[in-house]
Design a protein around this ligand. Structure first.
Ligand code: AMP
Length: 355
């Protein structure tokens, strides 16, 4: 359905004057900077006022601002944005602020396949997709009475890991669980975390080849999460738990990282498998996506989440990463998105990458 709309919308577009529009948050500096490097004009959608901090970053500042009273008001400006040939680049905050329903029906050409949303936002469908692709996810514990090793309890709809907690026994679980909230219990995977940033192009064949198009590895990061990542400065987690101080998983930043090179074949196999499965399930995801993984001491990957758009973990790499440097110097995910849009516009393939 969205495909038909996008074709209609694109007929009135001046393909030589496309503009990149996104919400001023999350990875917007990178998206605007990447578009600028590719010679595309940009529109920053900002609530209330122009965000002053952009003045400090002239190369990451949008060419113009669209000021809205609140994010839902974007819906009132879709015609104006279409007149400006705007293409929306969704990021995590964009989807969250607008709400998944409104985002799905937003009347603007949007980078990526919006059908992916229902597959990643419902934990059961996400599991069906990722396990169906052959990836190994952390085990789910259906009945808390069966907790016999460390688990992580995740509340539904919790943003940025807020409120998640670790339990090692059923008693601990009972003490911590908040009544009336729905949750899942996952095995807490021991190992080291890698958040892997891929880019899938359904229309270009110049990278790791898939049945349709090709795949790139642009970068990877590790999230910095408060308080779990630094709480040990105060004492061991066990000691702190005794005092009623419980670690949390709220993301505050991102740390650049590379992986031992011998793991890269597995990284590509995982990326390939999720894209191929997505092609079968819902016509394929498009563009940037991230697999959130833990690598165990046996060098096995456990994938606990997928994010099917640009993630903030790509922000350390505005000037390129150790991986993207071997594709093209100075290549960020934001720039790669702008390149894909430019390429598609030139080849008349915009309807293959926008919905
Ligand atoms: P999520 O919202 O699922 O991305 O989880 C938030 C954070 O919790 C992650 O960034 C990890 O640090 C941690 N985490 C999530 N799932 C697991 C797991 N199964 N095992 C270990 N750590 C996890």
């Amino acid at each position: 359905m969205t495909k038909i709309n996008v074709n209609d919308m694109l007929t009135s577009y001046d393909k030589k004057n496309l503009r990149i529009a996104t919400v001023c948050s999350h990875s917007s500096l990178q998206i605007f900077n990447g578009a600028r490097k590719e010679g595309l004009k940009t529109i920053g959608i900002s609530v209330g006022e122009k965000k002053k901090f952009y003045d400090a970053f002239p190369l990451g500042k949008p060419d113009e601002f669209l000021i809205v009273d609140n994010y839902k008001d974007i819906l009132k400006f879709t015609e104006e944005l279409r007149e400006k040939n705007a293409i929306v680049i969704p990021h995590g905050s964009f989807v969250e602020y607008l709400g998944a329903d409104k985002f799905s029906t937003l009347d603007l050409p949007t980078f990526g396949n919006r059908d992916v949303l229902k597959w990643e936002s419902d934990r059961n469908m996400e599991r069906k997709w990722l396990e169906g692709a052959g990836l190994v996810m952390p085990k789910e514990i259906k009945d808390p009475k069966n907790i016999d090793k460390p688990v992580i309890v995740k509340y539904h709809g919790a943003k940025g890991g807020k409120g998640f907690f670790i339990a090692k026994t059923y008693d601990e679980f009972k003490k911590r669980i908040e009544k009336g909230k729905s949750y899942i219990i996952q095995e807490f995977v021991m190992g080291t975390r890698y958040y892997i940033h891929y880019f899938y192009s359904p229309i270009q064949d110049n990278a790791y080849k898939l049945s349709k198009g090709s795949l790139q590895l642009l970068s990877m990061d590790r999230r910095d999460e408060t308080t779990i990542d630094e709480v040990q400065r105060l004492g061991s987690i066990a000691e702190l738990e005794e005092l009623g101080i419980h670690p949390t998983f709220v993301v505050t930043g991102n740390i650049p990282i590379v992986m031992r090179e011998s793991l890269l074949p597995k990284v590509f196999k995982m990326g390939e498998a999720v894209v191929e499965k997505s092609l079968k399930l819902f016509g394929g995801m498009i563009g940037s996506f991230c697999l959130e993984t833990v690598v165990t001491e046996d060098l096995e990957f456990r994938v606990f989440e997928i994010s099917s758009r640009i993630v903030a973990g790509t922000n350390p790499y505005i000037a390129g990463s150790p991986y993207s440097e071997m594709i093209q110097p100075d290549l960020s995910t934001g720039r790669r998105i702008a390149q894909e849009i430019k390429f598609a516009a030139k080849k008349n393939l915009l309807n293959e990458i926008l919905t």
